[in-house]
Write a protein that binds this ligand. Structure first.
Ligand code: PLP
Length: 414
């Protein structure tokens, strides 16, 4: 029944869709300690803010207006204009509404972009997406219409004090061959919480320009919003950069609203794809965003509510981990942003898949690290020694999960 190559590729169960099913089942099972998913935390102040906003919008008729009308294929005009104004005024960029397109979640934007910029091209060339720093976001893995469109570069690992480490881009081994169509990074990185430094970003920007290929920056957790970055980082954009953002980690994943800022050629391509695939992106997220922008609250909420919430939560979570698991057993990637901790069990006698299964049996879900190496086509032991956990649950729950993790680690060493 499913005839086409497209149909076969996208209807078969990929390893990630099986894992997502697992995690989703875990999410719906009340006793499971879910440290595996990427849902943002329910920050009480944000929940209240959104509730009041919806009430106000319902009263003023804005909600009805959004629900009962299609937007254009590029997204809600007034929101595009409002966002361009805010970014120009508050960050000093020089963009217009023509530089912004909306999609139904940034995930679908990556599907569009990777397949616009990589895959089989004219004259038999097959272009690829380069991840200059791996581990990278698992959600990129199966997005290519063609197979094998990703290549990845292993990082340099800096060992830091206090049982921490940090990945850095290994520019010495980074090869930008003629078949690379785009360079892509998530900043902060899901799964590691790494924030690629300003210097690294500048180097990538220069390399991308030299090779006449775009630099795609996935800022789902980053700057300018929702601003979940705990150290210094500068937001960058220019005509060669494609910046992806989202309303999800602001606390609105159900809106499915992704935001792409790019040159007009890319924006026009996304707008056309929106038209073909979904007529127009959904209107509710953009309507909410328009109202938030009008109140001048977007960057304020990011900096004064969202960032401090996650920063405090990660500090507390690390304290809990260290009460149960010594540095000799587990190194932690320096938490610089996003909503995850990346744990490295360097000498553990079992691999991360086995640890995942054992934890699952005991009602704790974390994600085994080996999923987060899209494009790395060689065996690398390090990839099988790490786990990703979120820190969105209440601290008591996190502590219960960590206690079980610590116990399973000790069992593995026996
Ligand atoms: C790094 C990164 N990029 C993109 C996405 C996609 O998010 P959304 O489609 O909700 O905008 C996610 C979701 O977790 C993510 O972690």
């Amino acid at each position: 029944m499913i005839h086409s190559q497209f149909g076969k590729k996208f209807s078969s169960s990929s390893s990630i869709s099986l894992l997502m099913k697992d995690l989703n089942e875990g999410l719906r099972t009340p006793d499971v300690i879910m440290l595996g998913d990427g849902n943002p935390a329910h920050i009480p102040e944000m929940d209240q803010y959104f509730q009041q906003l919806l009430i106000d919008m319902a009263k003023s008729g804005q909600l009805n207006e959004a629900l009962c009308n299609y937007d254009g294929p590029q997204g809600k005009d007034a929101m595009l204009q409002g966002l361009a104004n805010t970014l120009n005024e508050q960050i000093g960029w020089n963009i217009s509404a023509k530089n912004i397109a909306l999609t139904n979640g940034s995930q679908s934007a990556f599907f569009y972009l990777f397949n616009i910029l990589a895959g089989r091209c004219e004259q038999g060339i097959k272009r690829k997406v380069l991840f200059p720093l791996t581990p990278e976001y698992v959600g990129y893995t199966d997005t290519g219409l063609d197979d094998d469109i990703f290549v990845a570069n292993k990082p340099q690992i800096d060992i830091l004090p206090s049982g921490q480490f940090k990945y850095r881009i290994n520019f010495g081994s980074l090869k930008i061959t003629d078949d690379i169509g785009v360079i892509c990074v998530s900043r902060p990185t899901n799964p590691t919480g790494n924030v690629i430094t300003d210097e690294e970003m500048m180097q990538l920007d220069t390399l991308a320009k030299q090779h006449a290929i775009p630099l795609l920056i996935d800022s789902a957790y980053g700057i300018p919003f929702p601003g979940i970055i705990f150290n210094q980082a500068t937001p960058i954009w220019n005509e060669n950069i494609i910046l992806s953002m989202s309303l999800s980690k602001l606390g609105l994943p159900g809106c499915r609203c992704g935001i792409i800022i790019a040159n007009e050629t890319i924006i026009s391509a996304i707008s056309n794809m929106n038209g073909i695939i979904s007529l127009s992106p959904g209107s509710i997220g953009p309507a909410l965003m328009q109202a938030i922008l009008k109140r001048n609250d977007l960057l304020k909420l990011s900096q004064t509510v969202i960032k401090p919430f996650y920063q405090q939560r990660v500090t507390e979570t690390i304290k809990i981990i260290r009460r149960y698991i010594p540095e000799s057993r587990c190194l932690i990637h320096k938490p610089e942003g996003a909503i995850f901790l990346w744990l490295w069990f360097k000498n553990l006698p079992i691999d991360s898949q086995t640890l995942y299964s054992r934890l699952k049996k005991r009602g704790v879900l974390m994600v085994p690290g080996d999923y987060f190496f899209p494009g790395l086509n060689q065996y690398w032991p390090h990839a099988h020694q790490c786990m990703r956990m979120n820190y969105i649950l209440p601290l008591e729950k996190i502590e219960q999960g960590i206690a079980i993790l610590a116990n399973e680690i000790e069992i593995a060493y026996q």
